[in-house]
Design a protein around this ligand. Structure first.
Ligand code: SF4
Ligand code: SF4
Length: 466
């Protein structure tokens, strides 16, 4: 437990109304303040590490809404990760099956990009409708373990081909999108789940960055960044994944190729949960003499794609590439003021659900909305409680299905009230959770769930065609 963080809590309780598990139960111990008090008692030796503590760590959604609300700046994410790691290391929730699934998921699949992609190819075949029907008809699915059978209908659809086949290592903006020297050179992170289930979002991200006038570098066969490990109490493997991610880049100019870290102006993430973790490698690797300095340089360059694009097109305080830069294709597409869009010409309604780790972890709040307000042909409609968790929260739908279901129901009520054609969100877990919900709810069957980058990329292509 990180005592220096624990003792920052002054017990004011301002975080309580923002905490989904406190609002649901009304129990102090299921609130941020209660969990921090438990941690402090354990650190002081007044309470033992107990099953009750482990269950509270597991029940926490990890949404970080408490971090936004906290006037004392308590970094709850660090407490949660260390609390979960302590509980996992002590084996407080262990069962033989849980151990097997954690090892298979966190230690086998999520540490070997080639294996994850191989398994995903197999799942893609199983997801072809007639093959899936046949497998059920001949009873082959009964051979799979019950847990996998239960999870199969809600498995994320595989989006092949994956990012390496859709994106070249180095791409420069076409002349009709940007003339002259690229205004910035950026590296794009393709992720693990994002890569196998939303490779189209990675392609759209690259397209938008090209349309903004950037040169884009995309390392091949990228490893998982380790956020899944950190959020699920496996901090040792999270550190190893962070080292592997840093090793993708050439830090001393020793290798021939495009991946010299110094030549990159920003490292771009398009997944809220991953980005929130990727920005804190310095904390994670502070005790590693071989990586601590690199991790600091890394943290300074990681940006969420929406934050970066909004800054590039001049929405931020300072445009990248300054001196009288000519407009890029993206700027030309986004020139219309939101008021002009609302007044006429908008044919579809788009709303935005914030990923918890994007808004509470990375503090990227207004940029996605400002971008969406300017996408031609769309009218932006606000979503009530858009910063309240949708229940996806990594593997929360598996570990806490009842509470995840309640959070989803609350979210869907607001989506129905907003009545959008497109529900935009920027995290693979949220996209999948909301996609499934819209599929299963007749009144939302026509709602498309999309990443803001997909809408921006489509607008750029439509502008090419017109
Ligand atoms: S992370 Fe979310 S669920 Fe957990 S204590 Fe904070 S507000 Fe509550
Ligand atoms: S808002 Fe911050 S200081 Fe106040 S109780 Fe919550 S965590 Fe502690």
């Amino acid at each position: 437990m990180d005592y220096s963080v624990v003792q920052q809590c002054m017990h004011c309780g301002l975080c309580l109304p923002t905490c989904p598990t406190f609002v649901e139960t009304g129990r102090e111990r299921s609130s941020p303040r209660g969990r921090i008090a438990l941690m402090r008692s354990i650190a002081d030796g007044e309470l033992p590490l107990s099953r009750e503590f482990a269950e509270e760590m597991d029940y926490c959604v990890g949404c970080l809404a408490c971090q936004t609300a906290c006037p004392a700046g308590v970094q709850y994410v660090s407490l949660l990760e260390k609390g979960r790691a302590a509980s996992e290391n002590a084996g407080l929730l262990d069962t033989p099956m849980r151990r097997v699934y954690r090892w298979l998921g966190l230690r086998l699949l999520m540490t070997r990009p080639w294996l994850l992609r191989l398994v995903a190819r197999g799942v893609a075949v199983q997801q072809i409708p007639w093959i899936r029907r046949t497998l059920y008809m001949i009873g082959a699915m009964r051979l799979a373990p019950k847990t996998l059978r239960d999870l199969e209908p809600s498995a994320p659809p595989i989006d092949a081909p994956f990012s390496d086949a859709r994106i070249k290592t180095v791409e420069t903006p076409p002349a009709e999108w940007w003339s002259g020297k690229p205004r910035a050179r950026v590296a794009v992170l393709t992720g693990c789940v994002q890569d196998i289930s939303f490779a189209r979002v990675n392609r759209a991200t690259v397209d938008v960055l090209l349309a903004a006038g950037c040169e884009v570098v995309t390392p091949r066969s990228q490893p998982c960044c380790g956020s899944l490990h950190a959020h699920n109490g496996d901090l040792d493997q999270a550190k190893e994944q962070a080292r592997r991610t840093l090793d993708m880049f050439d830090w001393q100019g020793l290798r021939a190729g495009p991946l010299a870290f110094d030549s990159v102006d920003a490292v771009i993430s398009n997944a809220g949960g991953c980005g929130s973790h990727l920005r804190h490698y310095a904390d994670l690797l502070a005790d590693d003499p071989n990586y601590a300095t690199r991790a600091k340089a890394w943290d300074a360059k990681v940006r969420d794609v929406q934050e970066f694009v909004w800054q590039v097109v001049g929405g931020g305080q300072q445009a990248v590439g300054s001196e009288a830069t000519p407009q890029s294709r993206l700027e030309r597409v986004l020139t219309r003021e939101p008021s002009a869009l609302a007044a006429g010409g908008a044919t579809k309604r788009v709303t935005y659900d914030a990923s918890c780790h994007l808004c509470h972890g990375q503090k990227v709040v207004s940029q996605p909305i400002e971008l969406l307000k300017r996408v031609p042909s769309y009218q932006f409609v606000p979503l009530a409680e858009s910063d309240w968790c949708c229940g996806a929260a990594g593997v929360y739908t598996i570990t806490q299905p009842e509470q995840a279901g309640k959070l989803l129901e609350r979210k869907l009520g607001h989506v129905k009230a907003a009545n959008p054609d497109v529900l935009a969100t920027a995290n693979p877990g949220c996209m999948h959770q909301l996609n499934l919900a819209c599929r299963d709810d007749a009144s939302l069957a026509n709602v498309r769930v999309a990443h803001p980058m997909e809408l921006l990329a489509e607008a750029c292509r439509a502008s090419d065609a017109s």
